[in-house]
Design a protein around this ligand. Structure first.
Ligand SMILES: [Zn+2]
Length: 288
């Protein structure tokens, strides 16, 4: 979809998602201990709000409820700035590491807390580290019952998910919308992938997705904009690479990549898709 702007320019839209967590929140033993690491979430949140404001965009912030309890004022600022609040978890633990009942209870608690704090309906979920996979692969079935309209936890990539999963937004038989992140072959078009590829190339890819209104949300973490963050303690090579590759100057490169696009919360994209779904008599692509 191309949208007319006030000055007659045409903009294409791209959903923007922000996984609101601090720089040290890897899914590794020991990294869940907040007290062991420098708290840089306020600084990183400021940088991310500034990026959105510079680009004139709004985003969905997938928030961790435990960080929201430590920083309630930050969540209110994000919400008051016109962004949408969704759930990244009660804590940053992978879904498949929990019993299903505990995962459900945690999500219910996190959603209720974030809803009370932000004063807005909380409709979306993204599991920590794309963890609706493995033992948790079918747990999206529970999300409508827990109050969610959409999920964005299933990455069509090896290791994080499955390349055979749909690469475009689709609707499950229970009505839940799934918005997978964009990929380029075996690479994620976010995080280390987007940070490492040449700017002109990623700008072209992002603009093509936006012009097609593909609905594949760009994924950003506030710490990716924080160039003053300390080095990670010793971690496995893969984790270190994914965290550090291309971090320097990412904020200014992102501004060049995204300039000219209308950045929207996932909620807005889903709302329009719902309307199209009704008008088309339910002909949107669906998955089992
Ligand atoms: Zn995360």
């Amino acid at each position: 979809m191309r949208l007319e702007t006030g000055d007659g320019r045409l903009e294409a839209r791209l959903p923007l998602s922000i996984d609101w967590e601090d720089w040290y929140q890897l899914c590794l033993p020991g990294f869940e201990r907040h007290e062991a690491f420098e708290d840089r979430l306020a600084r990183a949140t400021d940088l991310t709000l500034e990026l959105c404001s510079d680009l004139g965009g709004k985003a969905t912030w997938f928030c961790l409820a435990d960080q929201a309890k430590r920083h309630p004022g930050l969540v209110k600022r994000i919400s008051d700035a016109g962004h949408a609040i969704s759930v990244h978890g009660l804590t940053h633990v992978r879904a498949f590491e929990l019993p299903r009942g505990t995962w459900r209870q945690n999500l219910t608690e996190a959603r209720a807390y974030l809803q009370d704090l932000s004063g807005q309906p909380v409709l979306g979920y993204r599991a920590a580290e794309w963890s609706l996979r493995g033992a948790a692969e079918t747990w999206w079935e529970d999300l409508p019952e827990l109050g969610f309209t959409f999920d964005a936890s299933r990455a069509p990539l090896k290791v994080l998910g499955d390349p055979a999963w749909p690469h475009r937004p689709h609707r499950f038989s229970n009505g839940l919308w799934e918005l997978p992140p964009p990929v380029f072959g075996p690479m994620p078009l976010w995080g280390w992938g987007l940070r490492s590829l040449p700017v002109n190339f990623t700008r072209t890819l992002m603009h093509r997705l936006a012009e097609a209104d593909a609905g594949t949300p760009l994924v950003l973490h506030p710490w990716e904009l924080d160039e003053g963050q300390p080095p990670l303690p010793e971690v496995p090579w893969g984790h270190a690479f994914v965290h550090k590759a291309g971090l320097g100057g990412y904020g200014s490169r992102l501004r060049r990549i995204l300039r000219g696009l209308e950045l929207v919360p996932l909620e807005a994209w889903v709302k329009d898709a719902e309307a199209r779904h009704r008008y088309s008599g339910g002909l949107e692509p669906t998955a089992p």
